[in-house]
Design a protein. Structure first.
Length: 137
């Protein structure tokens, strides 16, 4: 069994434990930690940039908005959200993913380790969920 096959098998074993799964995926370098395994880093970067362009072209002006980002991952979108918004609260179930995202070191981002489905949400946040879908509450 090659190393990549073993990596897939180990990750599959963690599917029932999301925190452990994402902690394990956080150990994978580059965008492979949050995108489909087996894709090249260049393709992952290109897809990320295309998704950012689409997402931000479809969002209204964010300059006065507080953003709740659920599923931060390694922070592929976090810094870009912070550049456009008043404040960003960035939530992920995995401490290891958050540690990678915190490399952005911005004062206008608050990082919280929590499961997104357990958040006590209140009105007024623009929520970025899975980076492709946004909704207001």
């Amino acid at each position: 069994m090659n190393n990549e096959t073993e990596q897939y098998r180990c990750l599959f074993d963690l599917v029932g434990n999301p925190r452990a799964l994402w902690d394990a995926r956080a150990e994978i370098p580059g965008y492979g930690s949050v995108m489909s395994l087996g894709r090249s880093e260049q393709i992952c970067q290109e897809e990320t940039e295309l998704t950012k362009a689409k997402l931000f072209s479809e969002l209204e002006e964010l300059s006065n908005k507080d953003i709740l980002e659920i599923g931060t991952g390694i922070g592929r979108f976090t810094g870009d959200l912070a550049e456009r918004a008043a404040n960003v609260v960035s939530v992920d179930i995995s401490r290891k993913m958050l540690n990678r995202a915190m490399a952005t070191k911005r004062d206008d981002i608050t990082f919280i380790q929590a499961a997104g489905q357990n958040l006590p949400l209140k009105a007024g946040f623009l929520i970025s969920y899975l980076k492709v879908q946004c909704l207001y509450i």
